[in-house]
Design a protein around this ligand. Structure first.
Ligand SMILES: Cc1cc2nc3c(=O)[nH]c(=O)nc-3n(C[C@H](O)[C@H](O)[C@H](O)COP(=O)(O)OP(=O)(O)OC[C@H]3O[C@@H](n4cnc5c(N)ncnc54)[C@H](O)[C@@H]3O)c2cc1C
Length: 495
């Protein structure tokens, strides 16, 4: 096999698809091996009894990342998918009847804050400016460029300005320094959950996520988020990626410090000069890469991001007070995260709700709604019995939602599907069912995720949630871009 031979991508999540597209566009023969019979990983679709749900992501941010990928193939996002900005990113509800709508329009948004906390309207603008500054400092070195350890921080000149990253305070401490009303604090603290962390421990640097949503916008692809998977799969085929489903990888073989090929459990062998692994590094080191178990053991000692229990309900009525995204907040956020940190289920969980039926009426039979409910729960290393916990916790969630105007939910359910941490672990090979790989709770955690380019095996590169820059659809797509760049840079070195 020549040094610039076939690229084998392991896993057809959005990160794997993006990396495969980039490699194929650059002229490299590219094979994508996916364990399941469909692409998309967490970004998949479920249909039952006339209802359609996205099974994972429901909120699209930074759509230009997808556009940039499509442009590289000679197309564009606008040609492939109808992505619409949401007039309101989210509706926040509290049990006392307070409502906050995170409108895309600034005057409407400020008015919504003014209604329950006039003192926080100016604070909101100041907070955005602060969060935007962190975004400006971090987006380039951490998101848009491959992150290769401390070297990258030096190149981005970021070491000199670390104090501006606000990495010493926690997110909550910074949020409380701006906002007076506990509800505004709760709204802002919620952004920690976008990478599966706790606002009471994650560094304030992650306040930049609030900037990404409030200032850069929340979007929805008409037809559903799974349209992104369909678009990426279609594009991969168009640019010549060979996609093989039902091909669970068993081993990434190597010799003399370089990858040689990939074996599947079906007995097939694919020679490769480069392997891009879209499966979490801990799993890959433990199960796929001979001699790498010690590295898996080191990763196993690190804290995992949160998991979730996702409940997909098809219901035979419409709750008109629900927006596209709605959050029903717990009365005590700190206690909720304390329970999750301690590996317990919280009794009064915050419930995130999504339904797409007012944008896509075809996602439910007439008069019905496709509800996706998500509660944060601890990821696990095998200690929780979800078989017995799930039915009990679903009842708890239904009780909680009764306090938010969904009194008859129990009687309205036509069909129900549930995903627990065990399902996320089983379906996507996500350690402990953690949704966002390793947690970002420790001060340096953003710098300590497993690097994309493996330092010990030439030709092995990671992409997706488990590596840099982190979880979420746009970040996984960016990781695919960087993975391909590493592979192609190695090719140039070899020529
Ligand atoms: C409930 C939930 C809600 C979320 N909400 C949002 C949201 O609103 N917005 C957002 O941006 N993100 C959200 N996310 C996160 C987002 O879904 C992920 O970060 C992103 O889809 C992950 O992509 P990935 O590239 O890491 O691949 P993954 O989706 O992790 O896919 C990995 C792929 O590898 C395959 N694989 C595993 N083992 C093997 C093997 N041995 N051989 C071959 N293939 C294998 C799997 O089958 C899978 O297809 C959410 C996730 C979940 C679960």
């Amino acid at each position: 096999m020549g040094r610039s031979g076939r690229v084998v991508v392991v896993g057809a999540g959005v990160g794997g698809l993006a990396s495969a597209i980039r490699c194929a566009v650059a002229g490299r023969p590219t094979t994508l091996l996916e364990a399941r019979s469909q692409a998309g990983g967490k970004l998949s679709i479920l249909q039952d009894a006339g209802f359609t749900w996205d099974t994972g992501p429901s909120l699209l941010t930074m759509p230009w990342v997808l556009d940039e990928l499509l442009q590289a193939t000679g197309s564009s996002l606008a040609e492939e998918l109808d992505v619409v900005p949401l007039p309101s990113a989210c509706r926040y509800l509290w049990q006392d009847g307070t409502v906050f709508d995170a409108h895309a329009s600034l005057p409407a948004l400020l008015e919504s804050i003014r209604r329950f906390s006039p003192a926080d309207t100016h604070a909101f603008i100041q907070f955005l400016s602060y969060a935007g500054n962190i975004w400006d400092l971090t987006a380039d070195p951490f998101l848009y460029k491959p992150f290769d350890g401390l070297k990258s921080m030096n190149n981005g000149n970021i070491l000199k300005r670390t104090w501006q990253l606000d990495g010493i305070r926690t997110m909550d401490q910074a949020v409380r320094s701006y906002f007076t009303h506990p509800y505004m604090q709760q709204v802002m603290n919620r952004f920690a959950t976008y990478n599966g962390s706790s606002p009471y421990r994650t560094p304030a640097t992650f306040n930049t996520i609030a900037w990404a949503e409030f200032a850069l916008g929340a979007f929805y692809p008409r037809g559903g988020m799974h349209g992104i998977t369909e678009m990426l799969e279609r594009t991969a085929r168009r640019v010549g990626v060979e996609i093989i489903f039902d091909a669970p990888v068993r081993e990434i073989s190597h010799q003399n410090g370089a990858v040689r090929g990939v074996c599947t459990t079906t007995g097939a062998y694919y020679e490769a000069s480069d392997v891009i692994c879209n499966v979490d590094p801990q799993i890959a080191y433990e199960h796929f890469i001979p001699g790498a178990r010690a590295r898996a053991e080191r990763l196993k000692k690190r804290e995992l991001s949160m998991s979730g229990m996702a409940i997909l309900w098809g219901i035979n009525r419409a709750y008109d007070h629900l927006d596209h995204h709605t959050v029903c907040f717990s009365p005590d956020y700190r206690a909720e995260f304390a329970d999750i940190d301690a590996g317990r289920l919280h009794d009064m969980p915050t419930v995130y709700l999504n339904h797409t039926t007012h944008t896509d009426p075809a996602h439910a039979p007439v008069g019905g709604q496709n509800i996706f409910a998500l509660v944060n729960v601890p990821a696990q290393r095998g200690e929780m019995d979800w078989e017995s916990l799930a039915p009990m916790y679903i009842e708890r969630v239904i009780d909680r939602l009764a306090a938010f105007g969904m009194h008859d939910l129990r009687d309205r359910i036509v069909v129900q599907h549930v995903y627990t941490p065990n399902d996320f672990a089983r379906l996507y090979n996500a350690p402990g069912g953690a949704i966002y790989g390793l947690a970002s709770n420790a001060r340096m955690s953003a710098f300590l995720r497993p690097l994309q380019r493996d330092r010990q095996l030439s030709g092995l590169v990671f992409c997706g949630t488990g590596t840099h820059p982190g979880g979420g659809v746009p970040l996984a797509v960016l990781s695919g871009k960087h993975a391909a760049a590493y592979v192609l840079a190695k090719e140039n070195k070899n020529m």
